[in-house]
Design a protein around this ligand. Sequence first.
Ligand SMILES: C[S@@+](CC[C@H](N)C(=O)[O-])C[C@H]1O[C@@H](n2cnc3c(N)ncnc32)[C@H](O)[C@@H]1O
Length: 221
Amino acid sequence: MSVVQSIKLHLGCGTNKLPGWVNIDSVAGCQPDRVLDLMQPLPYADQSVDEILAEDLLEHFDKYMRYVVFGEWARVLKVGGKINLQVPNFKKILFRYFKFGFDNFVDFIFGENMWRSEIYIGHFGNHKWGYSEENLKAFVSQFGIETLSVEAKGLNLRLFGEKRRHVPIEEIDNFEIHSHANATGQGRATLPLRFVRERIKQFQNDIEKHEAPIAKRPVPS
Ligand SMILES: C[S@@+](CC[C@H](N)C(=O)[O-])C[C@H]1O[C@@H](n2cnc3c(N)ncnc32)[C@H](O)[C@@H]1O
């Protein structure tokens, strides 16, 4: 009798390889099980994954890209599947400025690019968005993820959630993303995710013409 193995994805694992998980990172030097750029579609079928763990990762995707990336995590997760996210607590980090001074504050805002003091993770180390407990819960709920709990620990927030509903791509693509900067400048106050997705794809295609996609780069021995 064949035993069906559960699939557990540890996304943006860095050097922290966990047994029993598929440890995934874009930086080959971290020696993950799979070198994948999470800004590209995940090579897993819809609702085929039981659990997702992403510690200190979601903040590495910008205001728009995070919808495309997290949409993939939600797509592959089974209904009833669990998700465990850790992100910096942006509001707490703002207070770090008063306690520890400017240099430490900017480190936490923008992220660390020399991982564990030895592996340069380049632009993958940069923080590109900030989360509070409220906006993190609101963000994941759009993808059918119900928050079971949020813990504030040190400078981090940790959200435990469960997928309750599979949200089809057509619905996700109708999300309207607000832009204060565009609205007060020359653009529109909101943009549908469908439009955003097309523009991101166009940008990625332009980049690929100039450099080898990450998954095709050789893994150092
Ligand atoms: C702050 S480190 C966290 C590492 C690990 N989760 C931990 O807590 O020890 C962020 C990790 O996310 C990875 N990462 C950032 N952007 C990524 C992307 N687009 N695709 C895959 N991994 C990415 C980085 O290479 C880095 O290893």
